[in-house]
Ligand binder design. Structure first.
Ligand code: DAH
Length: 360
């Protein structure tokens, strides 16, 4: 085999073009990607390639050989270019197929649906009650669960000898010295006092949250439970405002035909105080065998009353300038009544068969 090629010699040219052609076609076929093709193109048919050189050499050829040599060069170059173009398309199709395989969705593949969580019924009820009061112009307020005895009792006009202050009833974090006793709040009412201390009237708030009492678990008691507190303070709030507001709440929460009744009661922080019952939404007070009210016709719902002037004094409000009403309700109780839940223990058992019944 010759080691040098004289491209101006037609025999040499034909031989070396044939060698170039064979090598080029093999490289093109094996080119793994676009960049390799570009390299092959430059090496074989580019300006600095043997073909480029052969074209430039045509001028130095005997005139009678030039035409055939030109044809031969063009035909080899054309074949190589055609092979490059074909391989380009092949590679592009492969790239597209790979992209589809990587990104595409196979709708025929079976899949296991992920188990979607949901809000606990307690949270659903809190959200719903808060939404109703937000619709009536109220704001949401919050306070600490670890509370000073001052806010839990004293600021709320609860005397030192009130039975709720006993260690047997309330969970204390620090007990003994009345000046800095600390406890887990026994109700959400301290949020009233904290909020009024920080804000001038008018006040329209609801305060949801966790509350604690030293109770043994049974069908209606948990030591940790939830309440929603309400407070409205303004220049001329009356008992009628209390009644109208809670009647509207009852209609929205239990149904549009719900009626309310108020029974006199006692709370240290309100005067007068009342307990509010709602008409039984199941039998509307008409059935002696009703499973919801057991024939009573009414369901005990919450405590309420007109804010005691002593509470206003404790938080620095002028009792001659403002009046107000307050109320407090148990969240578990609301849920139990509305859904006919027979034991408060279901709320903490974490049994999905119970929880699943309240998809929200
Ligand atoms: N704090 C009371 C309780 O836990 C409920 C209550 C009654 C709250 C009357 C009030 C109210 O704001 O005015 O039993």
């Amino acid at each position: 085999m010759k080691t040098t090629t004289n491209l101006t010699d037609p025999m040499d040219l034909a031989e070396s073009l044939e060698a170039l052609r064979t090598a080029a076609l093999a490289r093109i076929e094996g080119a793994p990607e676009m960049s390799a093709l570009a390299e092959i193109e430059a090496d074989t048919v580019g300006r600095e390639s043997p073909i480029g050189e052969a074209r430039r050499g045509l001028g130095r050829m005997p005139a009678e050989d030039r035409r055939d040599a030109g044809r031969l060069i063009n035909s080899v170059a054309g074949e190589i270019e055609g092979a490059i173009a074909a391989r380009r398309e092949e590679l592009a199709a492969l790239e597209r197929a790979a992209a589809i395989a990587a990104e595409g969705i196979d709708v025929t593949v079976d899949y296991v649906a992920p188990r979607v969580g949901r809000l606990h019924l307690i949270q659903q009820v809190i959200d719903e009650v808060c939404d109703i009061f937000i619709g009536l112009g109220y704001h949401i307020a919050e306070g600490p669960e670890a509370e000073l005895a001052w806010y839990n009792f004293d600021a709320l006009n609860t005397p030192p000898d009130h039975p709720g202050r006993l260690e047997s009833d309330t969970m204390y974090l620090d007990y003994g010295d009345p000046a800095d006793e600390m406890l887990l709040r026994a109700h959400t009412s301290p949020v009233q006092a904290r909020y009024m201390e920080q804000h001038d009237p008018p006040v329209y708030i609801v305060a949801p949250g966790k509350t604690y009492r030293n109770d043994t678990v049974d069908a209606t008691h948990l030591p940790v439970f939830y309440q929603i507190e309400g407070l409205a303070v303004d220049e001329s709030i009356t008992f009628s405002d209390l009644k109208g507001t809670l009647a509207e709440f009852a209609r929205q929460f239990f149904g549009p035909t719900t009626r309310i009744r108020l029974r006199p009661h006692f709370f240290p922080f309100t005067e007068p105080s009342a307990e509010l019952d709602v008409s039984c939404f199941n039998c509307d007070g008409g059935e002696s065998t009703c499973r919801v009210c057991r024939g009573v016709g009414w369901l005990e719902m919450l405590g309420c009353g007109m804010v005691d002037p002593r509470v206003f004094e404790a938080v620095g409000y002028d009792p001659s300038a403002v009046t107000g009403f307050a109320f407090g309700m148990g969240v578990e109780r609301l849920a139990m009544v509305r859904h006919g839940i027979d034991s408060i223990r279901h709320f903490i058992d974490n049994d999905v068969r119970f929880l699943e019944q309240f998809p929200g």
